[in-house]
Design a protein around this ligand. Sequence first.
Ligand code: DP6
Length: 333
Amino acid sequence: MSEPITKQSVIANYLPTVVAPVADHIDAVFAPSNIALCKYWGKRDVELNLPINSSLSISLAHLGSNTAISVSDEDQVWLNGQRVAADDKFARKVIAFIELFRGPNGLPVKVDTQNNIPTAAGLASSASGFAALMLAIDGFYGLQLEPALLSAFARMGSGSASRSLYQGFVEWQMGVQEDGMDSIALPLANRWDSLRIGLVKVNIAEKAVDSRSGMNRTVATAHLYQSWPLQAAADLERLHQAIADNNFTLLGETAEQNALSMHATMIAAWPPLLYWQPDSVAAMQTIWQARAAGVEVYFTMDAGPNIKLLFTADSEAAVKQYFPDLDVIAPFG
Ligand code: DP6
């Protein structure tokens, strides 16, 4: 029987024999957060974070993570200016990821991450976090990895991080290879300057069930999940069409139906997973009311209670009548 494929065994094929820092520190590198319009939900390989379906996202411009690495006398992880306890889940994940490159006995490091988005609130900070960490590792150890490798390795930290290496629209192709090296994200050339994303913050507290456990539970227990890969494949096609034609109605309808289909599979899991809070539902009702009144606004939602609005610049004033405290992002600057 062949050995099971591990992250370590895949990455080792692409590293020099000796991985050591090329400087005592590197300045912070940035990776944007991203929001999927066609979601990644379900893994065909849990070790390598290989998805069951391809996904497509939009990056959030200046919102994301800045990560620096420096030589230190012991491993330490800092998040938003505060040292994180070494046995904390976040710190362990960060150090385990670095060990994939420097090995378990490599020189200790200090990792310093600043997120300008709320951590673990369904705003995908693990995506920008692992993408920025991957870029920082690449610089700190002078690896000079190609973009496809950076995306594949960031994916091993967190699936959605594969897409956070790029700005704009990004497609993560699921790939078919067993080692996952064709499961990488690629940027789309298309811009959509008038596209806007609005963040409706329902609750920025840490969520109870993270996306990783949520999707694994859904795949394992929800019969409804069977329909998901078909839905995702059809939605991906529609999104490509919408982007090529600048058809905002098609983009918004597809993204909203995709998100609700994903949530339907979670609700059908056991124990059930419902990330919605009363305010999430209230926001959905408001969006549907606004649409009925002629304002073209749609939403998407990840594994958390927050709602992300999709609209175009010409409707911004009208959308703000319904959501006065909205944070608005122009993904194409
Ligand atoms: C609902 O990328 O956080 O946001 O690969 O286990 O780290 P892991 O999961 P993660 O899942 C993101 C799920 C999602 C949809 C998406 O961003 O595509």
